[in-house]
Design a protein around this ligand. Structure first.
Ligand code: COA
Length: 265
């Protein structure tokens, strides 16, 4: 099988060290803006990562020290000539974000600078967000006569509540890392977002991999359900977890006062 870091992409790069894969959006001259090629390459990379049983956590970041991703590529908006084109553009971006959101492994965004528009939507498709101290986050689409179309109207309001999400989307203002932390938009702030993301990944990797994927699924599917349906999903996921060898291992390790050695089975 092709090693992940041998894949030959133009605008993204994957580096894998053991169970941590880092996907870097690499168009620094355009502040890593997402053009059609980049979206396609992210989708391909994500599909390859799903196939790679070795990868336990994915980190997504941006190349250079200025931007995570400064949005969808505004130059390509010129190609949008009809309602149909616009809808297709949104659907193609949403598809990529949904592939990330439904990955069975935890995904961490290391937001190392501007995360605007499609860049913030990319971060929102991740499970955990780490911002660098100088990061700026926002959804400025209305300044272009647009609205967020890669999942932002839905994921931001689910994450921080409709009131705060509407404030950000209607004013188009950028928030700094400390404000983003206070409103729950990011989970951690650190001088070096990628280094902190790796630390968080190491903590996650101590836990049982199947349980991690079941947590993700329960939260994601539950958010789109009422409480009763969500509780049923949780019970289903809990039942699946109890059928794993890792569950037996975790309980045995606790009772015998030793560290658990999870196999992902
Ligand atoms: N799409 C395409 N190109 C972009 C881009 C985007 N979303 N964001 C930045 N770039 C390009 C700029 O056009 C510029 O290219 P150039 O050097 O060939 O002129 C380069 O990246 C550097 O950006 P610049 O604007 O000169 O940097 P800055 O430090 O003055 O401002 C930002 C940084 C992020 C505030 C500014 O680039 C910006 O507002 N970008 C657009 C953000 C946005 O609206 N995103 C949502 C899109 S839906």
């Amino acid at each position: 099988m092709t090693q992940l870091d041998e894949l030959d992409f133009n605008t993204v790069q994957i580096d894998q060290h053991g169970p941590i894969a880092v996907l870097t959006i690499n168009r620094p001259k355009a502040l890593n803006a997402l053009n059609a090629e980049t979206l396609g390459e992210i989708a391909q990379a994500v599909d390859m990562i799903i196939e790679d049983a070795e990868v336990g956590v994915l980190i997504i970041t941006g190349a250079g020290d200025r931007a995570f991703v400064a949005g969808a590529d505004i130059a390509e908006f010129k190609q949008v000539q009809s309602v149909y084109d616009g809808r297709e553009l949104a659907l193609s971006g949403q598809d990529v974000m949904s592939r990330i959101a439904t990955l069975p492994i935890p995904v961490i965004a290391a937001v190392n600078g501007y995360a605007l528009g499609g860049g913030l939507e990319l971060a929102l498709a991740c499970d955990i967000r780490v911002a660098s101290t100088g990061a700026r986050l926002g959804l400025p689409e209305v300044t272009l006569g647009l609205l967020p179309g890669f999942g932002g109207t839905q994921r931001l309001s689910r994450l921080i509540g409709a009131g705060r999400a509407l404030d950000l989307m209607l004013t188009a203002r950028q928030v700094r890392a400390d404000e983003a932390l206070a409103m729950g938009l990011v989970n951690y702030v650190a001088d070096d977002a990628l280094m902190k993301a790796r630390e968080v990944a190491e903590v996650i990797l101590k836990n049982a991999p199947i349980a991690l994927s079941l947590v993700k699924e329960a939260v994601r599917r539950g958010l789109d359900s009422g409480l009763d349906a969500g509780l049923e999903i949780e019970a289903d996921m809990f039942g699946l977890a109890t059928a794993t060898k890792d569950f037996q291992e975790g309980v045995d390790a606790f009772l015998n006062k030793r560290p658990a050695a999870f196999q992902g089975e």
